[in-house]
Design a protein around this ligand. Structure first.
Ligand code: UFG
Length: 341
């Protein structure tokens, strides 16, 4: 298939572009590079020996978006492009609503104009109400608790309304749990701008000496060791999930599919820390801090539906997630700003 990937230079986007090329599809990327580097795609080109066309376009730039989509002959779109920092979304909600919601409206309107009515959407476990029992099934109560999460929920709702209005649309909403890890080559990986918000990128930067110590947010949760528990999923497993959803879309009539992408297994902060120490062969200094506002104690998926509907299951374990993260981080301590590989 010929696939437009929005946000394709980002962390999950670049791994998905690589998986698409490896599966024999052709891709075209649009990315405004606000939180990504074109270097990620140069490295995908090195890994695959294939060209990855990139248009540096913001989804809010309607005329340029029109040019890309109207002239693209795409079979489907995978839509990653969005702002994603929870704390920033609390401080700048309108930025998040404008960027994520308006960007998605522009994208869908241009897709409809071009007759491209198949979309795989990057959603998140953050759309679930935190008071749900675990594991989370797709039917669990929805209710995001911050502006970022609410944009994801609204985008899901928009896509579902769109499909009701025009049954030709084929929509897959993929709800990710906590993506970590990197491609096994160590050539592409997560490269957060500034201080990382998320656990594993932070640990990885402590391991290279770029940060002093990990702050463990909360040691009094009702979990076995008192620290927060999450469902960490290898980014390559996630990327493969996108390729499988895309290949299903090719043979489907219109409709909406909603699917968790997680492993079904939770690990605590201290368990992740221990796995990372084993992977990098170093002690990672850490200190206990108060809970981070808005964090849930425990969050993990019921991944059964993905297996049933897609035949997809995560196969890479926490050890591999940490080893692959470390291979990437130690070879690229400053991310894509480092010298070329
Ligand atoms: N944590 C620390 N120290 C840190 C960072 C995180 O102790 O420096 C802890 C958190 O308190 C939590 C766990 O590590 O218990 C995981 O935190 P992350 O920030 O890595 O991930 P979250 O589960 O908070 O957030 C992720 C995504 C969001 C998404 C959310 C809910 O990053 O985009 O899941 O689905 F909204």
């Amino acid at each position: 298939m010929h696939v437009l990937v929005t946000g394709g230079a980002g962390y999950i986007g670049s791994h998905t572009v690589l998986a698409l090329l490896e599966a024999g599809h052709s891709v075209h990327v649009v990315d405004n590079l606000s939180n990504a580097s074109a270097e990620s795609l140069h490295r995908v080109e090195k890994l695959t020996g294939k060209k990855v066309p990139l248009d540096v376009v913001d989804l809010l730039d309607r005329p340029r978006l029109h040019e890309v989509i109207a002239g693209g002959s795409f079979d489907a779109v995978i839509h990653f492009a969005a702002l994603k920092a929870v704390g920033e979304s609390v401080r700048e909600p309108l930025l998040y609503y404008r960027n994520n919601i308006t960007g998605t409206i522009n994208l869908c309107e241009e897709m409809a104009l071009a007759g491209v009515k198949a979309i795989v959407f990057s959603s998140s476990a953050t759309v679930y109400d935190p008071s749900n029992p675990m594991p989370l099934q797709e039917e669990a109560t929805l209710g995001a608790v911050n502006p970022y999460g609410r944009t994801k929920l609204m985008m899901e709702m928009m896509l579902q309304d769109l499909q009701v209005s025009d049954p030709d649309w084929r929509v897959w909403l993929l709800r990710y749990f906590n993506p970590i890890g990197a491609h096994e080559s160590g050539m592409i990986g997560e490269d957060p701008a500034g201080e990382p918000n998320n656990l594993v990128p932070y640990i990885a930067q402590v391991a290279t000496g770029r940060r002093q110590e990990l702050r463990v947010f909360g040691s009094d949760y009702p979990t076995p060791d008192g620290t927060g528990v999450r469902d960490y999923i290898h980014v390559v497993d996630l990327a493969i999930g996108h390729v499988m959803a895309l290949e299903r879309i090719a043979h489907e009539a219109g409709g909406v599919q909603i699917c968790n992408l997680g492993t079904g297994r939770g690990y605590s902060v201290l368990e992740v820390l221990a796995a990372f120490e084993a992977a990098c062969g170093k002690k990672i200094p850490y200190a206990m801090h108060p809970r981070r506002p808005g964090d849930a104690a425990v969050c993990y998926a019921d991944p059964a539906y993905a297996e049933k509907v897609l035949g997809w299951r995560a196969t890479r374990d926490l050890t591999q997630m940490c080893e692959d993260t470390w291979r990437w981080q130690s070879a690229n301590p400053f991310g894509y700003a480092d010298a070329p590989v």
